[in-house]
Design a protein around this ligand. Sequence first.
Ligand SMILES: O=C([O-])CC(=O)C(=O)O
Ligand SMILES: [Mg+2]
Length: 230
Amino acid sequence: MEHTEIGVVRTSITRADPEAVAALSAFGVATIHEAMGRVGLMRPYLRPAYPGARLCGTAVTVLLQPGDNWMLHVAAEQIREGDVVVAACTTESEDGFFGELLATSFRARGARGLVIDGGVRDTADLERMDFPVFARAVNAKGTVKATLGSVNVPVVCANALVRPGDVVVADGDGVVVVPRERAAEVAGASAEREAAEEGKRARFRTGELGLDIYGMRGPLAELGLRYEDR
Ligand SMILES: O=C([O-])CC(=O)C(=O)O
Ligand SMILES: [Mg+2]
């Protein structure tokens, strides 16, 4: 992987195939995470800024400095239709980097939302706008514009590696990153997983037990699970 630099804006990035992104948008984060082999999840401390928020798009990445939102304004210029801005910070910071003004700007440039390992504010307005945001904190404390970070360099956001152009999907269950080269394959695997779950759901609905659907009785008996009538 390239080393992350400070003070650079990459203006030409390779985005995941839009058809694969559209296909992924149909699936929940848990399904995608499982279908991908249980990798790519961000830490669960990232929460939606309002109930029901969800997003799917290609990452424009931002490396912020603590308490400084300058690079979000720099990033706005790099947004293309269907992007999601993914902001990490060089050092843990929970200040309110982002609010309804930046959301208005990002939306006008085609963004589908924001994932930020930091704080946001104006959450009532974000909900009213239905601009999906996943953040580490809600915090009224504002930020300054004084130090350089970077735009469209690989970042680690809430413990997950995100490269510019990767697919980011977020819903009430969490945030998952799909490497751009794997987008179509993971969408296919997600569809297969959903079909398999539909089969199980139909059986659960009739009262059948996981014990039988998953063939668990044998392994449990082998481990010595005893049923006692007393
Ligand atoms: O402007 C800021 O510093 C963040 C904010 O509240 C907004 O974008 O509305
Ligand atoms: Mg504001």
